[in-house]
Write a protein that binds this ligand. Structure first.
Ligand code: SF4
Ligand code: SF4
Length: 214
């Protein structure tokens, strides 16, 4: 497994949702392009390789297809904070991750001698969440504005019900990845609230959740 990261610049957090959406879509496409090119290069060199998709439907839950952040944390690149995101000692909370699965043998690197400890459990991310999607027990994806904004209420509840049907896991996984690739970030409060957001030079201008109509 190869995991790589690219720093999310200020432009992904500054402005309205309409302004940031195309930048975020381009950023995601860039990561997907790197995965694709890396897979192709590995295949051309005789190894089996495939890009890893970001989400999967499994046992009635929406989970990471293969959790990039946990792989990155296992490789010693950082730790998972209480907001469920990778915290990097070098890039703070701003790493967008991509991954490629391959059978190419890659020499193991020496893991960090002292495990990284970055999350102070300050609770700022949890308090910043406008929908209480984020709690000390983790994230309820179907309360997160980035999911509810991409899937209207009736569609989300139907999707949630269908996730319990084993035979539908594969098509729902494809659908979820299509939605994830195209969805705009409507909220980044839990990310911006974290003191580590500024670690790589962020200026604390978040994507604010939109006010409900009326
Ligand atoms: S992105 Fe917004 S709504 Fe979703 S968990 Fe973070 S703060 Fe909550
Ligand atoms: S805001 Fe505080 S509790 Fe949340 S991830 Fe950052 S350091 Fe951890």
């Amino acid at each position: 497994m190869i995991v790589f990261g690219k720093v999310m610049g200020d432009e992904l957090f500054e402005g309205s949702v309409a302004e940031t959406a195309p930048r975020i879509a381009a950023f995601k496409q860039h990561l997907a392009g790197i995965s694709h090119n890396l897979s192709r290069m590995l295949e051309e060199s005789g190894a089996a390789a495939m890009p890893v998709t970001s989400v999967a439907v499994k046992d009635g839950r929406l989970v990471g297809g293969l959790s990039f952040k946990h792989c990155a944390a296992d490789a010693g690149l950082g730790e998972i904070g209480d907001n469920g995101l990778l915290l990097s000692p070098r890039y703070g909370i701003r790493l967008g991750l991509g991954a490629v699965l391959t059978d190419r043998e890659i020499p193991a690197m020496t893991p960090a001698r002292n495990p990284v400890r970055l999350c102070t459990h300050c609770g700022l991310c949890i308090r910043a969440c406008p929908t209480r999607a984020l709690t000390t027990d983790g994230i309820d994806s179907f309360r997160c504005l980035n999911i509810t904004g991409a899937l209207p209420g009736p569609v989300a509840s139907l999707f949630e019900r269908l996730m319990g049907v084993k035979a539908l896991e594969e098509p729902l996984t494809r659908l979820a990845n299509r939605v994830a690739a195209k969805s705009a970030a409507r909220c980044s409060e839990c990310l911006v609230a974290c003191p580590l957001f500024r670690k790589s030079g962020g200026n604390q201008v978040p994507v604010r959740p939109e006010e409900p109509d009326g």
